[in-house]
Design a protein. Structure first.
Ligand SMILES: NC(=O)c1ccc[n+]([C@@H]2O[C@H](COP(=O)([O-])OP(=O)(O)OC[C@H]3O[C@@H](n4cnc5c(N)ncnc54)[C@H](OP(=O)(O)O)[C@@H]3O)[C@@H](O)[C@H]2O)c1
Length: 279
C-alpha cells in the first residue's frame, strides 16, 4: 500500500512548511506546484488546478493530500471541486485548507467545497485558518515599506495565525486518523486590531508603521493601481466585511488540540520575520 503525501501549493506560504514538517516526520512527500520543482528533499510534481490532466500523475501512488487553493484565485468551487473529486475517486484522504467563518452559510463557495468533501466517500479533515500573520511580509509589505498599512478593516480585530501553526496542524491531521471527519478553526492566541498589529510590527522592525482605515473603494483603487486584477481586488475588499464585524476576533484552542502547542503570537511572528519585514 502506498504511503505518500501530496502537498499542493508546496512552494507557497503554508505548503512549504507542510512539506518541511512532513519530511521531518520521515514521510514521503510529493511537492506540487505548476513549476513542479522539488522542495527540500521532497520530489516535485507539476500540478495546475486549471489543467485536470495534471491531477492523475500528481495523485499517482498517493494516499493522503494537503489541498489548498493558491492566493490570487477567486473561483474556489470551480477550481477545487474537480481536485476533491479526483482525490476522492482514488480514496485519497484529503486535508482541505479552507477559510475561517465559511461554515456560517452553506451558500458560500468555500463552504460548498467543504460540503462536497464531507459528502465524498473518502477520509477528510477540514482546516479553517483565520487571517495569516504572514500577510504582513507578503501582501501588506508595500504598506509596511511606506510606513502605513491601508486596509478596509475599520477597527475590527483578528486573531492572526502564523502559517507555521497552520502547517503544523496540517502535519498533525495528515499523520493521524484521530481527527478524520472533523473541521478545525485555526486561530492565533490574541485578537488584535490592525492599529495594534501595526504597533507590534513597528517595534519589531524599529520603524514607525501606522494603520489607515480606508473604504472598500479606496482599497480597490489602491490595489488596481498596483496592478492587481480588478476582480481579485474586489474579492479582497469583500473579505474585510467579516473583519469589520469582528467575526475574525474569535479565538479557539484548535491549534493546541492538534499540535499540542499554543499558537505563536503576532509578536513572535514579527520577531522571527523581522528581516523579511524590513527587506
Ligand atoms: N492569507 C490569508 O490571510 C488567508 C486566511 C485564511 C485562508 N486563506 C486561504 O489560504 C489559501 C492560500 O494559501 P497560501 O497562502 O499558503 O497559498 P499561496 O502561497 O498563495 O500558494 C502559492 C503556491 O501555489 C502554487 N500555485 C499557484 N498557482 C497554481 C495553480 N494554478 N495550480 C497549482 N498550484 C498553483 C504556487 O506554485 P506555482 O506558482 O509554481 O504554481 C505555490 O506553490 C487561499 O485559498 C486562501 O483563501 C488565506
Amino acid at each position: 500500500m502506498s504511503s505518500t503525501i501530496l502537498v499542493l501549493g508546496a512552494t507557497g506560504t503554508v505548503g512549504r512548511h507542510v512539506v518541511d514538517g512532513l519530511l521531518a516526520k520521515g514521510e514521503a512527500v510529493k511537492a506540487a506546484s505548476r513549476a513542479g520543482k522539488p522542495v527540500a528533499a521532497a520530489e516535485g510534481v507539476a500540478f495546475d488546478y486549471a489543467r485536470p490532466e495534471t491531477f492523475g500523475p500528481a495523485l499517482e501512488g498517493v494516499d493522503r493530500a494537503y489541498v489548498l487553493l493558491a492566493s490570487g484565485y477567486v473561483d474556489s468551487k470551480g477550481l477545487l471541486l474537480p481536485v476533491i473529486e479526483a482525490a476522492a475517486t482514488r480514496k485519497v484522504k484529503v486535508v482541505l485548507q479552507s477559510v475561517i467563518g465559511v461554515d456560517a452559510d452553506d451558500s458560500i463557495p468555500y463552504r460548498q467545497v467543504e460540503i462536497a468533501l464531507e459528502k465524498s466517500d473518502t477520509p477528510y479533515v477540514i482546516l479553517r485558518p483565520n487571517w495569516f500573520s504572514d500577510n504582513f511580509h507578503t501582501f501588506w509589505k508595500p504598506g509596511i515599506d511606506h510606513g502605513q498599512i491601508a486596509l478596509p478593516a475599520a477597527e475590527g480585530k483578528s486573531s492572526f495565525i502564523d502559517a507555521r501553526d497552520i502547517a503544523a496542524s496540517g502535519v498533525a491531521v495528515l499523520t493521524s486518523s484521530s481527527f478524520d471527519g472533523k473541521a478545525f478553526n485555526l486561530t492565533g492566541p490574541e485578537a488584535l486590531s490592525y492599529a495594534e498589529a501595526a504597533a507590534i510590527l513597528s517595534e519589531a522592525i524599529g520603524k514607525p508603521v501606522t494603520y489607515n482605515a480606508v473604504s472598500d473603494e479606496a482599497f480597490i483603487e489602491m490595489l488596481t493601481g498596483a496592478g492587481v486584477p480588478a476582480g481579485y481586488a474586489s474579492f479582497l475588499a469583500s473579505i474585510f466585511y467579516p473583519v469589520r464585524q469582528n467575526w475574525t476576533a474569535v479565538m479557539t484552542g484548535d491549534v493546541e488540540t492538534l499540535t499540542g502547542k499554543a499558537p505563536r503570537s503576532l509578536k513572535t511572528y514579527a520577531a522571527d520575520y523581522a528581516a523579511a519585514l524590513k527587506a
